[in-house]
Design a protein around this ligand. Structure first.
Ligand code: GLA
Length: 720
């Protein structure tokens, strides 16, 4: 719900449990007065009292009691006396970046506007959404900014983005065009972010805020392994269950920034959007630019409350298409089983063994196209390597067994040794006069160009139309360097990175529109493009190339801060760190599948796999639709971790505990969360009965359970 109070000139946006209050100050300054727990509608004027402490601004003699450098500015600009990090910087035709945006008007309406070409939250059937659009204007330069906010009736989320339009007769150049800014009147927070690298993605990191700038960004051309486009500001005493948390996520797959600045008044500002490094956008008269959408969650129920809000929101309002709700097939992927070394019969044998185990889909990974038998060639040549493979016979045989069939692509890449590169050397990402750097033996294909997209999509379409393929894994295995396009004029070089991302989005949108039954899974050297932008096109993303179940725990716990179980690609591999039971228990958290040669399983392992397949079906709904509770996190305890899924009606729960490292003589009482305290639950494995209250407040005595390195244990609780 969104309400305008004419008397106070405040606009209040409410989600079920949170409020966000904007104030329009004399002179048309737009201020962010409050974000936090839900407030009643009356007495909002008192929030403006915060401003009375704002000091005289030498920049603005007309408003002697008001300083943009102290006030909580909703969309801060450059050059107007606010010296903190800005959300917008525009170079005008006079050559300076002084900008002064003032409120012009607003409108409130039901529904949510489309954001053509960009992934965004949408209003799903049965839910309601209200939108606020505030028009701001710089009367000197003619820049118009429409700030767009949406709130949903079924989750505590506020989304924001900005539409910038040049209403003047001269050219304006955007040098920084961020999606969102929040000012909070205290620096008493920790900043949580997710750093990583290949095979070690989304590692939890917490640091106290300090004066000055701090934050994360990517300038790699993708959201990247290094940092995820997620950040949270949390009170100093926040736990999984208690305390105030502000969570921020950007629905974007390219260069991004999250920057927090603590100023001289010990207030904090956090801004997010496209990373300004290497960004620039020319706005000709009457042209517009739309920023990506930022998602904001406030929870007073600790990190767990924030995560469950993101999860529910993304499941309902971001993921689309047939596979949003339809049960996904349990897959086996050929990569770790065969790498490039396969032929038709080998893959058919994988499918035969997999079928015996109850697996439902075979995915043929890298190595089926061009002349590719290693990673030195053929990216861009998306036609079947007929010397190696009879794809028709393979797909038909797999389908005849009752299994589905999937295939791997890396559409935004081109090998120097490829027919495509020989025909179109200027189609690779490059700048004049410089040799493009090679990484993983490949260049990047310039998908900012419509002709290039047409070619690569045409090739993909040929294969997908000819063979009945059920699943596509879309990979992206290097960063962008020497980033430029042969088609972009010199003054538009700064547009390249964003145009590249828009090109990717267009390609993925075409794929899911023209082949709506295909299940798309994104991937990027493991989990290097694991972001909300990708989730708009693919309902699942490969989380990491690291399939070691103990290493995976840090990765999956970190990923779960923002992203639901239903999107986390997680497979059991032949990794020898633990036995199959633990590998299965960890992979069950995600989409679940296998990444191994099924011919090499021992008969005992085969029986374990069959049991796991049964468990996958048994717990599918609980894990996909239930609520996640992180019970013991690896960042708090290096020895043991535990998590649970609880059904939304609290009638059922699955608790999993993994001993990462044995610790002698330590007691373990595991306190559960999210149950109904007045309900009695039976533990299916032992027959023991406990009240929800006992399980949550006293905890289960688990000392000595799953005691050795890498052991795991599951408990299935069922309400009376
Ligand atoms: C990336 C992916 C792997 C696999 C290989 C194939 O590394 O993360 O799963 O698909 O590419 O080259």
């Amino acid at each position: 719900m969104i309400k305008y109070n004419e008397k106070n000139r405040t606009i209040k946006l409410d989600t079920p449990d949170t409020s966000y209050v904007l104030g329009i100050r004399d002179g048309g300054f737009l201020l962010n007065l409050y974000y936090g727990r839900r407030l009643p509608d009356d007495n909002l004027w008192s929030l403006s009292k915060r401003l009375e402490s704002a000091s005289f601004s030498p920049c603005d003699p007309e408003y002697t009691d008001f300083s943009t450098d102290v006030a909580p500015m909703e969309y801060p600009v450059n050059g107007r006396g606010d010296f903190r990090v800005s959300a917008l910087s525009v170079r005008n035709s006079d050559g300076n970046t002084v900008t002064d945006l003032r409120y012009v008007s607003h409108r409130i309406f039901s529904g949510k506007p489309d954001m053509p070409g960009l992934p965004h939250l949408y209003v799903s059937n049965g839910s309601q959404c209200d939108t606020l659009e505030i028009t701001m204007r710089d009367s000197y330069t003619g820049l118009e900014a429409v700030l767009v906010y949406s709130v949903f009736n079924d989750c505590n989320v506020i989304s924001k983005h900005v539409r910038l339009t040049n209403t003047s007769d001269s050219v304006l150049k955007l040098e920084r065009a961020l999606s969102s800014c929040i000012d909070l009147p205290s620096m008493d927070y920790n900043l949580i972010t997710l750093w990583g690298r290949h095979a070690k993605e989304r590692q939890f990191e917490k640091r106290p805020l300090a004066h000055g700038l701090q934050g994360i960004h990517s300038k790699r051309g993708s959201s990247s392994h290094s940092h995820n486009p997620f950040a949270a500001l949390v009170g100093r005493d926040v736990t999984e269950t208690n305390g105030d948390v502000y969570g921020f996520n950007l629905i974007y797959s390219g260069n991004f920034t999250f920057t927090a600045e603590v100023d001289h008044n010990a207030s904090v500002r956090i801004v997010t959007g496209i990373d300004p490094t290497d960004f620039g956008w020319v706005l000709e008269p009457s042209e517009s630019f739309t920023t990506p959408e930022a998602v904001h969650v406030f929870s007073c129920e600790g990190l767990g409350g924030m995560s469950r809000t993101f999860h529910r929101c993304y499941q309902e309002h971001l993921i689309r298409g047939r596979w949003k709700n339809e049960k996904r097939p349990l897959l086996i992927n050929s990569w770790e089983a065969a790498y490039f070394d396969f032929d038709t019969d080998k893959l058919i044998s994988f499918a035969e063994r997999a079928k015996e185990l109850g697996i439902e889909m075979l995915v043929m990974d890298d190595g089926w196209f061009g002349k590719r038998n290693d990673d030195t060639n053929s990216l861009g040549d998306w036609f079947v390597n007929e010397k190696k493979l009879d794809l028709g016979r393979l797909v038909d045989s797999v389908h005849a067994m009752g299994l589905k069939f999937g295939i791997w692509y890396e559409p935004e890449m081109i090998s120097p040794d490829s027919e495509l590169y020989r025909a179109h050397p200027d189609w690779c990402v490059h700048v004049p006069g410089r040799e493009p750097s090679i990484a993983r033996q490949q260049y990047v294909l310039d998908v900012s160009r419509a002709d290039v997209r047409e070619n690569v999509f045409g090739q993909i379409k040929n294969v997908l139309s000819r063979y009945p393929i059920d699943y596509v894994k879309w990979d992206f295995n290097r960063n962008l360097s020497e980033a430029g396009s042969a088609l972009l004029s010199k003054d538009r070089g700064g547009e390249f990175f964003h145009r590249f991302v828009l090109g990717t989005y267009e390609l993925q949108n075409r794929l899911v529109t023209e082949f709506p039954d295909i299940l798309l899974e994104n991937c990027s050297g493991g989990g290097g493009r694991f972001d909300a932008g990708m989730l708009y096109y693919s309902p699942q993303i490969w989380t990491s190339d690291n399939t070691d179940p103990v290493e995976r725990l840090n990765i999956q716990f970190g990923t779960s801060l923002c992203y639901p179980a239903s999107v986390m690609g997680a497979h059991v591999s032949a990794c020898e760190r633990t036995d199959y039971r633990t590998k299965g228990d960890v992979a069950l958290w995600g989409t679940f599948g296998y990444e191994l040669d099924p011919n090499k399983l021992t008969s005992e392992e085969r029986e374990t796999v069959k049991e796991q397949v049964k468990e996958y079906h048994k717990y599918y709904d609980l894990i996909r639709n239930g609520n996640l509770y992180r019970l013991i996190c690896p960042w708090d305890n290096p020895f043991v971790c535990a998590w649970s899924f609880v059904s939304t009606d609290k009638r059922e729960a699955l608790v999993t505990l993994v001993r990462m490292r044995k610790e002698e003589n330590t007691l373990l009482h595991l306190k559960l969360q999210g149950l109904d305290e007045n309900t009695v639950y039976t533990v299916e494995e032992t027959g023991e009965r406990y009240s929800g209250a006992l399980l949550m407040y006293a905890g289960l005595e688990m000392t000595g359970c799953a005691y050795n390195d890498g052991e795991s244990l599951k408990l299935h609780l069922i309400a009376d």
